[in-house]
Structures are given as structure tokens and as C-alpha cells.
Design a protein around this ligand. Structure first.
Ligand code: HEM
Length: 301
């Protein structure tokens, strides 16, 4: 036996396929941490359900929770690339697939819990999805997530080829938009959370657009992006609320500066966006000042 064959772990070894290991079977702490963080909401839901702590309508509460986590994971999966670039943290890419697949699993759990809410009456479930526009939109988003999850294995990347795989996976942007529309339409009176997620989505898309058009944004560019995303979030919220309630846009604008009732979504968007701009400045490679100035050859000692 050669020393190479002794050192290499066999293909069938389970440790190479665990979510928290790399292809050689080595434990990656970041992957383990993210795996546990992604699992935590499901465990908490299980725990709350066992402890009868989901309120008077447990199926409905559980459906809402799973939906909320689906869209949260979806936004996190979209944040991986910008955050990796801004923090110059290459290792973050190793968890992108895991987060992406979790979005699909969480959305499937969301649908399963909704089926439970309908007492497992599948014909009724199907007719609800077909007849209620916000459910139809959620269903289309779920189908899209299924296609992305199914093509996320190494084998499928090889089979499709890098270019076609990348084009297919750009579907994640319209899917995220559909998920946000579904989120908006299902929230009856309070649109604060969908607006907040839409604000983060605006930043994420703005970042991609900037990167594609001008290259990586400098910290000042990120600050402009944070401000632009926050202004569009505030404008979106004001437009939405003045359509829903008989209040003038001016009153809604003033409400943005009344901090007694908590921060409006636009403030969260500008805070997170600015924090990333500051992080980019801190992580920016500095020009080396400690280099000796080049001396003319004749003046060297
Ligand atoms: C067949 C697909 C889907 C069905 C049948 C479905 C069904 C539902 C239902 C019944 C609600 C609660 C509405 C209410 O109480 O009036 C809901 C809320 C929600 N759904 Fe879906 N959904 C689907 C897909 C998705 C997908 C793909 C996502 C995101 C990736 C998603 C995210 C959400 C969110 C964020 C909420 C609001 C949760 C909250 O209240 O915090 N849904 N969905």
C-alpha cells in the first residue's frame, strides 16, 4: 500500500459528506456553527410545540414562524456574496450552499405546516393555492426554490456546466421577489416586517448592480448605497401606508423621526448598510507606509 492511499480517506466515509466537514472529512468550525444556527429555529419550534407554547392556534403560529424563517434564510443566502467581498472573508462561501438548501427545507416545512392547518385536506389545500393569489405566488416561489435545491449538488453543477448553472441560479432574484410579494400580501394591517425585508433586498440588489456596473464599491460607495436603500425603504413604507390608511405622506415621514415607537425599517436598513461600509473601511488593505523610500543607487551606504 502506498503512503498516499493510507492518508486519503475512502470515498464512502460518512465524515466527508457531513454538512460541517469539507471534502476531505475535516471539521470546519464555521460550517458547524452555521449548521447549528440554521437548525436552531426548527428545534425551538419542536420544543415550543412539545411544551404547548404556540398559543391558541398552534398550526397557524408554526406556519407563520416557518414562513418567517424561510424568507430570513433567503435574505441571508443573498447576503453571503456581498458580505464575503466586503469583509474579505473567503471562507464564507463554504456555507452558501448549506444556507440555500435550508431555505428550501424551511419553505417545505412552511407548506407542510399549512397543510396541517388545513387538517391535511389535500384537495382543499390545492384549491386554496390555486384560488388565493398570495398562495399561488408562494407556491411558484417554492417551485423555484425546489429547482435551485435540486441543482445544488456538485454532480448537477458538473452536468449543467458552470455557465448554465450560474444562469439558472440567478433565478434566486425573481424567487426572492415573489417570496417578498407573498409576505406583503399575507400581512393584513402591519407591513413593517415585509417593508424591512424589502429594504434589505433593495440593498442586496443595489450592491449587485453596483458591482456589475462599476466593480466592487468602496466604503464611500457602500455608504451611498445604504442611504439610497434606506430612502427607498422609507418611500416604499410611506407609499404603502398612505394607500392603506387616510394619513398624509408628510405625517408618515414625521413618524420616521419619532423614535419613541421604535426604529422604522428605513433606519435599520441605513444602520446595517452603514455598519457594512465601516467594516469595509476597516478591512480595506492599507498601503504599506513602512517601506523604505527608494534611494538613488549612488546614495546607498
Ligand atoms: C406553497 C407555498 C406556500 C404556501 C401554501 C404558503 C402559505 C402561507 C400562509 C397560509 C401564510 C400565513 C397567512 C395568513 O395567516 O393569513 C404564509 C405566511 C408567510 N409565508 Fe408562505 N406559503 C408558501 C410559500 C412561501 C415561501 C416560498 C416563502 C419564502 C421563501 C414564504 C414566506 C412566508 C412568510 C415570510 C410569511 C409571513 C410569516 C409571518 O407572519 O411572519 N411562503 N404563507
Amino acid at each position: 500500500m502506498t503512503s498516499a492511499s493510507i492518508r486519503r480517506k475512502p470515498d464512502w466515509l460518512l465524515s466527508r459528506h457531513l454538512p460541517w466537514t469539507d471534502r476531505t472529512g475535516r471539521l470546519i468550525c464555521l460550517k458547524l456553527g452555521v449548521f447549528l444556527a440554521l437548525l436552531a429555529p426548527a428545534l425551538l419550534l419542536l420544543f415550543d410545540s412539545a411544551a404547548d407554547a404556540l398559543g391558541a392556534r398552534p398550526w397557524e403560529a408554526a406556519t407563520h414562524r416557518a414562513g418567517w424563517w424561510s424568507v430570513t434564510f433567503l435574505m441571508l443566502s443573498l447576503a453571503v456574496t456581498p458580505v464575503r467581498r466586503i469583509l474579505r472573508w473567503g471562507e464564507l462561501m463554504t456555507v452558501r450552499r448549506m444556507i440555500g438548501v435550508t431555505v428550501f427545507l424551511a419553505a417545505m416545512l412552511h407548506l407542510t405546516l399549512y397543510a396541517g392547518m388545513q387538517s391535511w385536506n389535500l384537495p382543499k389545500l390545492a384549491s386554496e393555492i390555486a384560488l388565493r393569489i398570495y398562495l399561488t405566488i408562494g407556491f411558484v416561489a417554492l417551485l423555484g426554490l425546489g429547482a435551485l435545491a435540486a441543482t445544488s449538488t456538485d454532480g448537477m453543477v458538473r452536468r449543467l456546466g458552470g455557465r448554465r448553472w450560474r444562469i439558472l441560479h440567478q433565478l434566486v432574484y425573481p424567487i426572492a421577489l415573489l417570496a417578498l410579494v407573498h409576505f406583503f400580501l399575507q400581512s393584513k394591517n402591519d407591513v413593517t416586517e415585509p417593508i424591512l425585508f424589502a429594504g434589505f433586498f433593495a440593498w442586496l440588489m443595489g450592491y449587485r448592480l453596483w458591482h456589475w456596473r462599476f466593480g466592487p464599491p468602496a466604503p464611500s460607495g457602500l455608504a451611498i448605497l445604504a442611504l439610497a436603500a434606506a430612502i427607498s425603504t422609507a418611500a416604499g413604507e410611506i407609499a404603502c401606508l398612505s394607500l392603506k390608511y387616510p394619513v398624509t405622506p408628510w405625517v408618515m415621514l414625521k413618524a420616521h423621526f419619532d423614535f419613541g415607537a421604535g426604529l422604522r425599517p428605513a433606519w435599520w436598513v441605513v444602520l446595517v448598510g452603514s455598519a457594512l461600509a465601516v467594516a469595509a473601511e476597516i478591512r480595506r488593505p492599507k498601503a504599506r507606509l513602512d517601506l523604505e523610500p527608494a534611494l538613488p543607487p549612488d546614495s546607498r551606504p
